[in-house]
Design a binder for this molecule. Sequence first.
Ligand code: NAD
Length: 492
Amino acid sequence: MQKHRMLIGGQWVESGNGEFFESLNPFTGKPWALVPRGTIDDVNQAVGAARSALKAPSWAELSATDRGALLRRFGDLLAKRADELAEIESRDNGKLINEMSAQLHYMPQWFHYFGGLADKIEGRVLPIDRPGMFNFTFEEPLGVVAAITPWNSPLMLGAWKLAPALAAGNTFVWKPSEHSSVSALEFGKLFAEAGFPPGVVNIVTGFGNEIGDTLVGHPDVAKVAFTGGDLTGQHVYATAAKHIKPVTMELGGKSANIVFADANFDNAVKGVVSGIFAATGQTCVAGSRALIQRSILDEFVEKFVAFASTARMGDPLDTATQVGPITTQPQYAKVLDYIEIAKAEGARCVLGGKAATRPECGDGWFIEPTVFTDVTPSMRIAQEEVFGPVLAVIPFEDEDEAIEIANGTQYGLAAGVWTSDINRCLNMAKRLESGTVWINTYRVSSFISPFGGYKRSGFGRESGLSAIREYLQEKSVWIDTSGATANPFVTR
Ligand code: NAD
């Protein structure tokens, strides 16, 4: 079994107490790698290393242009190792090799884009209203950034934080999910190769409940960038609040994929499938509610079920596989629980609704693609994030009702709209309470476009120009140009 080390201050180290934990392959259910079980002392050392790197001339005095060049070089190295890293991710979290490979081959763009942005962060000279005063601003890094990420897209969600944080001149401590840490550790090797000074990026592995609080609450961590479930998010937010630290929160969702009768029918069927069964529903933007206009409901469900029932399940490393396993055993149990809850609430299961025991599923944690109809908007299956291949179909009459149902959850991460009416496209885009709206498409993202939640799906934005602002603070500088001595007893 492979044995890995963590990255602290440019050194590859075991955990302070020499303990490891097993990383499981969701397709076989068996351990395949050993990962250091980081301790509180390891976290303190990693933050210390990041703090020292922040002050060291090799990083603090590097020009923004040179910082950008490092990021772009890193992107080039990443491109060369994309296939290898994708394979590690697929083995570690059970997501399809096709999906992880597409993510990895696209990921260098974040490092090229934010590398390009590094020397375009400009301050302002303000047309100040105070006579005899000159006022300008500049932007400064926050300091040490701590990133905490989930298991479903380990490197992508790390890259979304790393690229803007480093471009802005911060240093970084990353704790990936205990369920999928291996790719982050391999990826970490590229920082030294690209020429980053030691300690600028540190990677500590381990369990959130053992080292998470220390990392989030550490007095030398200036900001926390978190992606994960909303209960963990609440905890992280509360810990950060005690220290008055800024956070970004990328949390869960219950996204609606809304199909109007005037939509291109076949595209909409494929779009709803891609929203829920791609990535086995283990994506924050899963379109886990299909809102279907009542006039096409029966035809849609029939075609949808026929199409979804042909999905090939099996080894995620096989490029022909379309639906892979659930990443973790507890998540597998949680999805099966939700299926029972939906049945008990009176929803009608028209596809799947059970664990998959097909021979091609081996010993993995597989669940049949599942579709429920007769779902009402207040049912738990329509309100709570399942994070698995389970779709709730809800009918609606018109635009107003679609909006009411779509916006009627506590979440607001993403939504899909399928229609051929341009006015409806714009109306729906305006009225949907969600950070992303996809029209006649689903699950597309780019380094150029901001991504983040409304409502309980979180706050702060990743990707695009807005993302770099999450890692900067603005300083206002006043210079008295009048030469006159002010009355010291009166505020100027
Ligand atoms: P999780 O909340 O269980 O874990 C996320 C991370 O938090 C892990 O690294 C974990 O170790 C860490 N953690 C746990 N307890 C902690 C603590 N007390 N202090 C600090 N860190 C702690 O989430 P998960 O099960 O790994 O991932 C699934 C969730 O992530 C889903 O809810 C999904 O919607 C969400 N997600 C959101 C986005 C987004 O961009 N909005 C993207 C992907 C996943």
